[in-house]
Design a protein around this ligand. Structure first.
Ligand SMILES: N[C@@H](CCC(=O)N[C@@H](CS)C(=O)NCC(=O)O)C(=O)O
Length: 215
């Protein structure tokens, strides 16, 4: 099994935090996104979507960070970060989707439409999609709305989906970190998000990840 990775980027970050949390060891190949290595023919041949992360298992390619996390969760199920009981699983999935669509995609919308190096690449991968400058402010506004929602959720619970740490916490923390790329600090004036993120940053898995970038 080989993980094609670039830990600094948001979607690979999700898988990296997940792997740390599960204490799994995975062989990695770093593909430098800053040099657009993901679009080289040798990588597109493996993963035609041209995105990271992707996992190669016995000649099969698993793209999509959550599909990778699900595979790893099935391979080492205890503790499952996707929940155990039916209601726990559904609650985690509900929050995970809200975070992905309303948070990560909102920040992504602002980021992909603003950065010069993504000119004509407003969506990840090999497709040529022009940027739309009006989406920058809209994406930022959506991101702020998302953080207001998250702050309310965290008023009543220790973790996003209840009293247990889950993949929803990883997704929300990645969104918080990604939003900094569009100069939004989700913790500002949002006490519950601030306390929750400080609490997550005490976890060994998060310390290990954050140490990768400490100079
Ligand atoms: N939905 C995909 C998104 C993957 C994605 O967009 N990855 C970004 C890095 S965060 C990427 O590969 N970008 C390459 C590009 O922009 O060409 C997932 O969850 O893995």
């Amino acid at each position: 099994m080989i993980l094609y990775d670039y830990p600094r980027a948001p979607n690979p970050m999700r898988v990296n935090l997940f792997i740390n949390e599960k204490k799994i060891t995975v062989e990695r190949k770093i593909v430098d996104l800053s040099k657009h290595e993901n679009l080289k023919p040798k990588y597109l041949k493996l993963n035609p979507w041209g995105t990271l992360p992707f996992l190669v298992v016995k000649n099969k390619v698993i793209s999509e960070s959550i599909a990778i996390c699900k595979y790893l969760d099935h391979m080492s199920p205890s503790p499952s970060l996707f929940g155990s009981s039916p209601i726990e699983k559904a609650t985690i999935e509900m929050f995970r989707r809200k975070i992905e669509f309303d948070g990560m995609q909102a920040a992504g919308e602002a980021f992909r439409n603003s950065v010069k190096s993504f000119k004509d690449r407003a969506f990840a991968g090999p497709g040529k999609i022009p940027q739309i400058p009006q989406l920058i402010e809209r994406g930022k506004a959506r991101t702020e709305v998302f953080f207001d929602f998250l702050n309310k959720v965290l008023k009543n619970t220790k973790y996003v989906a209840g009293n247990k740490f889950s993949i929803a916490d990883i997704d929300a923390y990645v969104t918080l970190s990604f939003a900094k790329w569009i100069k939004i600090d989700g913790t500002e004036k949002r006490k519950n998000i601030k306390n929750w993120s400080l609490n997550l940053e005490k976890r060994k898995s998060f310390i290990k990840y954050n140490n990768l970038f400490r100079k």
